[in-house]
Design a protein around this ligand. Structure first.
Ligand code: SAM
Ligand code: SF4
Ligand code: SF4
Length: 336
């Protein structure tokens, strides 16, 4: 079939699926305790897409040209029997890559089963190497040691591993060089993510964003870096290599150098809503279509029409005002 494009000519290339809105961390920039406290009502099991429903949706997306799926959350490793889902996805003909984004608190234990199920890669989120800083950020008493053991185990069983660090001024900017030093030594790619105004819970403002330029300047004081060409059009991270090594660092510049013009990503939230932008207010209720008596053709037609009518370019147009006033879904719900 010919490639499906949105109103600005952007094709649909990759898909993120959130498998739960729950998390055992309370990262202050994502799920602050004041908003996600003990009385917060997370989705009930029947509200989540079942593994069979996720598999069905994934097959339909693959028939539309998707080749890569990333599972996320909340914390995806909290979803019971996740390897069973991975195994189902891996058997979809035409799907080339299944990856996972995780806080890695359960990775040491889960890595062998994930690998066995066919998972290719994990992106581990870790925002500090210093315990006190890390514990202040995750606000749930998790130490770095557990995460680092998870990373080692994932590598040991043969999973691809990258580490993502959200940098927020005044929170962990002083951890940039210690993190780079630690992961350079181990030959693991570290990617710096600019703090974004996703949702409304995290009190975002421009002054807290450590931009790619600031990060690069700081790194360049300590390391010699050379630019690496993008592997494909629309690659989200801007990549560099430590000179004389094969180890890379990357920057995800969602705020300072937005990349909406090449954004080819769709997202399915844990309750089965389809979003065409991280900063959307509304999504298409795929779950209702899946749970009606409609066949796959109706699901496919709804996805095609949603993508073809897409006009999202939030980051290109972001202002301090839009960041404050727009109604936006939370990161833990849509999954990053
Ligand atoms: N719990 C998993 C984890 O942390 O990897 C998966 C879900 S989490 C929402 C996905 C990614 O979003 C993580 O790398 C996290 O650091 C990032 N993230 C969350 N809130 C963010 C924000 N306000 N700005 C930038 N990245 C954010
Ligand atoms: Fe949980 Fe990930 Fe959000 Fe941290 S960033 S609170 S680990 S969902
Ligand atoms: Fe894509 Fe929306 Fe991010 Fe722009 S703001 S890059 S359209 S997800």
């Amino acid at each position: 079939m010919s490639e499906m494009k949105d109103k600005f000519g952007r094709p649909l290339h990759d898909l993120r699926i959130s498998v739960t809105d729950r998390c055992n961390f309370r990262c202050r920039y994502c799920m602050p305790k004041e908003m996600f406290g003990n009385d917060f009502s997370f989705m009930k099991r029947e509200q989540l897409l079942s593994f069979e429903e996720i598999e069905r949706v994934a097959k339909i997306f693959v028939s539309l040209g998707i080749r890569k799926i990333r599972l996320t959350g909340g914390e995806p490793l909290l979803r019971k029997d996740l390897p069973v889902l991975i195994d189902k996805l891996m058997s979809i003909h035409g799907l080339e890559d299944v990856a996972l984004t995780t806080n890695a608190s359960l990775l040491e234990r889960m890595a062998p089963r994930l690998k066995e199920a066919g998972l290719h890669r994990v992106n581990v989120s870790l925002d500090a190497i210093n315990d006190d800083v890390f514990m202040t950020i995750n606000d749930a008493a998790y130490k770095t040691e557990m995460i680092l053991r998870g990373i080692d185990k994932a590598k040991e069983v043969g999973l691809g591993v990258k580490v993502n660090m959200v940098v927020k001024k005044g929170m962990n900017d002083h951890q940039v060089i210690p993190m780079a030093t630690y992961f350079k030594k181990r030959g693991i790619t570290l990617r710096f993510i600019e703090f974004m105004d996703v949702g409304t819970a995290n009190g975002w403002n421009f002054r807290q964003v450590m931009t790619k330029k600031e990060l690069y300047d700081e790194l360049f004081k300590h390391f010699a870096l050379e630019a690496v060409n993008p592997a494909y059009v629309g690659e989200v991270a801007k990549r560099y290599r430590y000179v004389g090594t094969n180890t890379e660092v990357g920057f995800i510049t969602s705020v300072s150098e937005s990349f909406c013009s090449t954004c080819t990503r769709a997202r399915v939230a844990a309750d089965g809503k389809l979003y065409t932008c991280l900063f959307a207010s509304n999504g298409l209720d795929l779950k209702s279509i899946l749970r009606s008596n409609s066949g796959d053709e109706a699901v496919r037609a709804a996805i095609v029409s949603t993508w073809q009518n897409r006009t999202d370019r939030y980051s290109d147009e972001r202002t301090e005002e839009s960041a404050k006033n727009k109604t936006k879904i939370e990161m833990s719900y849509i999954g990053g």
